[in-house]
Design a protein around this ligand. Structure first.
Ligand code: NAP
Ligand code: MG
Length: 489
């Protein structure tokens, strides 16, 4: 083990500038999926707690808007520095709470800090444009204005980066927030919240509340004082968010699941493709919305690719992500573990052939965690559940295609449209792919997972509500535009 001292604490909500316990007097345990130990306890909040949080954000919104964008940016710079001082501790907490390896957790935390600094810098960037008026004596311009109270609902798989890429832009553009993190990542989230609290944001601007999705999440999206909602998570819950927001005419943003394809063409660099599928398919135990889950390989190179992929998968070490030399951690929770093992069984029942892994690891330390070895299937057809449903686990399905055209049709044969890769050295193939593929993130000779904070992020079809996060795109969601026309009197 790299680290030895870790305190199991009870974390509170942060509402209206105060750490407070829930009125329920109840807490929820967060469990380490590698050891089944309790990582910490969080509040099992009630509607009463939620009302206080939304009310606080509502009351704070006028003063926060008036303080100005430049001043708001300064708070984010401060939070970034505090987060940086706590990077190792936050990363270790993340590994303990949701299982990803420590290097990955550190990478994610560093990304969160970079995102914060990017949006802190927005404090000094433009708030609108001057547009020529047809009246030569008039001044016409746009001015960005905040939406008001923004609800932020986040998943457990990136418990630091996703929340920050939502509430950093929300805050710098002048919104106040109520953040409800996923219960399975709530201790890590509480530590991120502590950094924001230490940055000294004014009263009511930043509110943090934990509790069950069906009570606090649902209560938040239905709350009459909410002005907008940003959500990342599963498709089912996302559709619910959309319905509620549309019914009340508030702005909403959804990023949801994926069934991301990788195409390997006959002129691909096979070693490069293998490395990318290993990384995209199995890092974070496949629990990334952009994970590679379907690999569509042209017949001509199928056998070579398959052999090399299995050889590479055999080298993957599975275990507690805190230990050195471990490349892949456990599934993040018992329920994830059940989904993964059931999907593997279902794949076999459907007639696909499991050619590598997919075993539950037992014996010694493995008995205390939710460990599955990376699974590779072949003889998969596009109608099978393992080719259609998001598994969110370390499972890769190999599909054979006759040629590029068939491969692209197969890649698009899913309700999802988040990310997709192609491996090819043929410029016509890659151009065709860029045009034909129905996803928001198009990757050429690179793994399907992987985003840059300064570029728009988001999906098409059932993966997204169509808006984009990160980079300059965040401004489109978190602000409204006022068009101002001024004439002298
Ligand atoms: P989830 O079950 O949908 O949960 C997401 C969040 O919604 C959690 O905070 C959850 O709280 C809350 N929630 C649950 N029920 C709710 C309800 N009825 N009303 C409002 N909120 C509710 O998803 P997850 O299992 O945490 O995350 C995995 C999913 O997220 C996958 O589908 C993955 O593809 C997707 N994902 C997408 C992206 C992307 O950017 N496209 C990124 C990462 C993950 P509780 O934890 O308390 O239940
Ligand atoms: Mg957990």
């Amino acid at each position: 083990m790299t680290v030895t001292t870790f305190e199991t604490k009870t974390y509170q909500n942060f509402i209206n500038n105060e750490w407070t316990a829930s009125s329920s007097d109840e807490t929820i345990e967060s469990i380490n999926p590698a050891t089944k130990e309790v990582v910490g306890l969080v509040q099992k909040s009630t509607e009463e707690d939620l009302n206080k949080a939304v009310q606080a954000a509502h009351e704070a919104k006028k003063a926060w808007r008036r303080i100005g964008q430049a001043a708001r940016g300064q708070f984010l710079f401060k939070a970034a520095n505090i987060l940086e001082e706590n990077l190792d501790h936050i990363a270790e907490t993340m590994t303990r709470e949701m299982g990803k390896t420590l290097p990955e957790a550190k990478g994610e935390t560093a990304r969160g800090i970079a995102i914060l600094r990017y949006y802190a810098g927005e404090g000094m960037r433009k708030e609108g444009d001057v547009i020529p008026s047809s009246d030569k004596d008039a001044l016409m311009f746009t001015k960005r204005t905040p939406l008001g109270v923004v609800g932020v609902i986040t998943p457990w798989n990136f418990p630091v980066a996703i929340p920050i890429w939502k509430f950093a832009p929300a805050l710098v553009y002048g919104n106040t927030i109520v953040w409800k993190p996923a219960t399975e990542g709530a201790v890590t989230a509480a530590k991120v919240a502590e950094c924001f609290v230490e940055a000294g944001l004014p009263e009511g601007v930043f509110n943090f509340i934990t509790g069950s999705g069906s009570v606090i999440g649902q209560g938040l999206i239905d709350h009459p004082l909410l002005n907008a909602i940003t959500f990342t998570g599963s498709e089912n819950v996302g559709q619910n968010v959309a319905k509620s927001a549309a019914a009340r005419g508030i702005k909403f943003q959804l990023e949801m699941g994926g069934k991301n394809p990788v195409i390997v063409t006959k002129d691909a660099n096979i070693d490069q493709a293998v490395e990318a599928v290993i990384s995209g398919g199995f890092r974070s135990s496949g629990q990334k919305c952009t994970a590679s889950s379907r690999v569509i390989v042209e017949e001509a190179v199928y056998d070579e690719f398959k052999e090399k992929l299995v050889e590479a998968a055999e080298k993957i070490t599975v275990g507690n992500g805190l230990q050195e030399g471990i490349w892949m951690g456990p599934c993040a929770s018992e329920s994830q573990f059940n989904t993964v093992t059931e999907s593997i069984e279902k794949g076999q029942q459907e007639g696909a052939t499991l050619i590598h892994g997919g075993e539950v690891l037992t014996g010694g330390e493995y008995d205390n965690g939710f460990f599955v070895t990376p699974a590779i299937f072949e003889n998969v057809t596009t109608d099978m559940a393992i080719a259609q449903e998001e598994i969110f686990g370390p499972v890769v399905a190999l599909i054979k295609a006759a040629d590029l055209e068939e491969a692209i049709d197969m890649a698009n044969d899913t309700k999802y449209g988040l990310s997709a890769s192609i491996f090819t050295s043929n410029i016509s193939s890659l151009l065709e792919f860029v045009d034909e593929i129905e996803v928001g993130l198009v990757r050429i000779n690179a793994e399907s997972a992987g985003v840059e904070l300064q570029a728009p992020f988001g999906g098409m079809k059932a993966s997204s509500s169509g808006s984009r996060e990160q980079g300059e795109a965040a401004k489109e969601f978190f602000t409204a535009i006022k068009t101002v026309f001024i004439k002298g009197s």
